[in-house]
Design a protein around this ligand. Sequence first.
Ligand code: G1P
Length: 295
Amino acid sequence: MPHKPFKAVIPAAGLGTRFLPATKAMPKEMLPVVDKPAIQYVVEEATQAGIGDILIIIGRNKNALSNHFDSVPELETNLERKGDHAKLAKVQQSSDLADIHFVRQGEPKGLGHAVLRARSHVGDHPFAVLLGDDLIDERDPLLTTMLAEHDRTGAAIIALMEVDPDHIHLYGAAAVEATESVDVVKVTGLVEKPSAEDAPSNYAVIGRYVLSPAVFDVLERTEPGKGGEIQLTDALQELAADPEGPGVYGVVFRGRRYDTGDRVDYIKAIVQLAADRDDLGPELRPWLKDFAATL
Ligand code: G1P
């Protein structure tokens, strides 16, 4: 069956206060993870899953983000003159990736509010939401599986990962039931950032969603929840609880995920990704071993 024309929405309007002062004049999505801004990994993930239309929800400091996906003629001419084709390809890669659009969130009123800002661009299409704090290793496809699952069921599809129960308070948590597939669960309830005692399970929502436009009507009436913000998790809980609708399913991810949401995890992500790369790994790995021995 041919794919419906999925679009992707990438919320990037957070204040990034955990990374101050680096994020004082620059969005956190532009922080480099090795040598690429975090947002480029996420855009590449969407394009690798066949999505060519991407809407980035921006807040303040939007210029760096939009500039990154534009061409830079003077830099390109300069590299061309020098015959530095490898660097030229790196510069051009981010401007050739996809058809990228921007919309402003205005006030940071939460993830649900940011997603609602995508309504007029997304229109009547199913769409994917990708959060920039979660990077999914390109060797472990997740989004493609989620898009196929949405095609098959028409349901809202979320990505779930089992986490240490001590960490569930950092995530949306899902109550789940098994299905015939080991990689897919039916989501019967969702709670945003519950305490370990109140969590329905240790299945954490990681930042990938495939949704139908029906979610916008729900978001319109979703009241502020956890942290006084309009939560996407609360809208999905309503969809999960609706006996008339197609419901919510979770694709259980067991692959490599890098969290860039806080400083220690961000540093770990950079070290893991760099150590794995063919150009940097051979020099970095033995140094890391020696360094670890001094700790
Ligand atoms: C958001 C969602 C949360 C989800 C998390 C995944 O929270 O609200 O349900 O588990 O992303 O990264 P945030 O981390 O943006 O506060």
